[in-house]
Design a protein around this ligand. Structure first.
Ligand code: BES
Ligand code: ZN
Ligand code: ZN
Length: 478
């Protein structure tokens, strides 16, 4: 099995006799675990330097071992495993001598993490690969990893775990590539093409792309209002995967796809405006999740909706004070054209009603206020359903891709009253409760079980979040 990313091709095998020049063995400090003792063979352990989650080799040579310390047994947890895998990946990246590794799967660790051996194996491979990832595609001389082979040493065959890890890696690499890609390359049309391409996965994948004319017919006026300042064509992407019986209600995911957010006529300040290429991370996440779910052939029906366009100032741009009739019929007064995410999402949320969904989750780099509240530690979670909120919170903890629930109080809804229209697109000019009022704006367009993830603080640098949390949620859904 092979994984391609950037200019790299890494082969994955599951063969206890494979020749690799470095072995990676989990340990607690210098204490070896049972599998490790069996597999050290003639390999040599380098000088052990740091007990805290550190690959302990000073000079790596053929036939050496990276002792991947997990810290102390009594405080071992999943974030600890992730931290260790990150250090191992950094060691591999920084050491050009490492061309092949064998990773020894320590079955006993699965139990301590409350995971099956297969889950533990998949996670170890997936997070190792994810930490090897880097985005170098646009440099004239992209660097190349010397690592060509990852061999898994396990007591039982872990072929499925390896396959699953590769599907997960391909999914999140797609997200991270699109996130890092600049807005002159990652255009709405590019997102649409990428989505359309996923039809190759199989017959149970259907992708339709609506253009401005189609969206106009459907009265997606708020979405089109944001798009009209830009020269690029807006796209409304619909992706449908059927992995379960037709009568099983679908799960709908909606991703904010602003490929560049200049603020529009309410122009943003220049400092760090380049980061606004990341304003399509919600869309990227949804497309990457769709790809992964279809590849894993999960037994569920999934619909992904992506409204995507640029938010630009121009002579034909939306102006502050303009009133737009949303697809739902509610009218919105645009106080600030920089609060555009909710405008493209409200039509998508309304459109989702036609699927009679089991539940709907939208993912959006929606507000700077959410970064103020939670930083990058957690995505803001808003939901009208306690069970859904609890399940997402649990998946966040399972994967260390945390979310934190925030309120949808009536007070915040009251702040959204319009002067001449039904609604204003901002809660206040002072920005108070900016993340919550944005969420309440979205809530107005839902009539189903719904959760909103404000990922401005967690996704903006191309981390792939909240892919990890949502995949855990979708794979554990009953
Ligand atoms: N895309 C931004 C949110 C954002 C800001 C994400 C900073 C990441 C970093 C969004 O469209 C926006 O501009 N929101 C405004 C809303 C305000 C005008 C009510 C914001 O957060 O300032
Ligand atoms: Zn904005
Ligand atoms: Zn935005």
């Amino acid at each position: 099995m092979k994984l391609k990313f950037g200019h790299n091709i890494i082969e994955l095998t599951n063969n206890s006799n494979a020749q690799a020049n470095v072995k990676i063995i989990f340990s607690f400090g210098a204490n070896l675990l049972p599998q490790a003792k069996k597999h050290i063979g003639t390999f040599k352990i380098g000088k052990f330097e740091d007990l805290q989650a550190t690959a302990s080799i000073t000079k790596l040579n053929d036939g050496q071992i990276i002792l991947a310390s997990l810290g102390e047994l009594k405080s071992f947890d999943f974030p600890g495993l992730l931290k260790t895998l990150k250090v191992v990946a950094e060691t591999i990246k920084n050491n050009s001598k490492i061309t092949s590794i064998s990773l020894v799967i320590e079955e006993s660790l699965a139990k301590s993490l409350n995971q099956t051996v297969s889950e533990f194996t998949e996670n170890s491979i997936f997070y190792l690969l994810n930490n090897l990832y880097y985005f170098d595609e646009l440099k004239s001389e992209p660097k190349k990893l010397n690592l060509k082979l990852i061999n898994i040493i396990s007591a039982s065959s872990q072929k499925t775990a390896i396959e699953n890890a590769l599907h997960m890696a391909n999914g999140v690499f797609l997200i991270r590539d699109m996130a890092h890609g600049p807005s002159n390359i990652i255009t709405p049309s590019h997102l649409a093409k990428t989505a359309k391409n996923l039809e190759h996965i199989g017959k149970n994948v259907k992708v339709h792309v609506l253009n401005a004319k189609d969206a106009k017919k459907l009265n997606m006026n708020t979405f089109l209002a944001v798009a009209k300042g830009a020269d690029s064509e807006p796209k409304f992407i619909k992706m449908e995967y059927s992995g379960a019986a037709k009568n099983k209600k679908p799960i709908v995911l909606i991703g904010k796809g602003i490929t560049f957010d200049s603020g529009g006529i309410s122009l943003k300040a220049g400092l760090k405006m380049d980061a606004m290429k990341y304003d399509m991370c919600g869309a990227a996440t949804v497309i990457g999740i769709f790809k992964t779910i279809a590849n894993l052939e999960l037994p569920l029906n999934l619909v992904c909706l992506v409204p995507t366009c640029e938010n630009m100032p121009s002579g034909h741009a939306l102006k502050p004070g303009d009133v737009i009739k949303t697809m739902s019929g509610k009218t919105v007064e645009i106080a600030n054209t920089d609060a555009e995410g909710r405008l493209i999402l409200c039509d998508a949320l309304h459109y989702a009603k036609k699927y009679k969904p089991e539940l709907v989750i939208d993912i959006a780099t929606l507000t700077g206020a959410c970064i103020t509240a939670l930083g990058s530690a957690a995505s803001g979670l808003y939901s009208n359903d306690d069970i859904l909120a609890a399940a997402l919170t649990k998946s966040g903890l399972n994967t260390n891709d945390k979310v934190w629930r925030m309120p949808l109080f009536k007070e915040y809804h009251d702040m959204l009253k319009g002067t001449v229209a039904d609604l204003s697109n901002i809660g206040s000019w002072s920005g108070e409760a900016g993340s919550a009022t944005a969420a309440c704006f979205l809530e107005q367009f839902t009539d189903y079980k719904w959760a909103h993830l404000d990922v401005a603080g967690t996704a903006m640098s191309g981390t792939g979040r909240p892919f990890y949390m949502l995949m855990n949620f979708l794979r554990n859904i009953k």
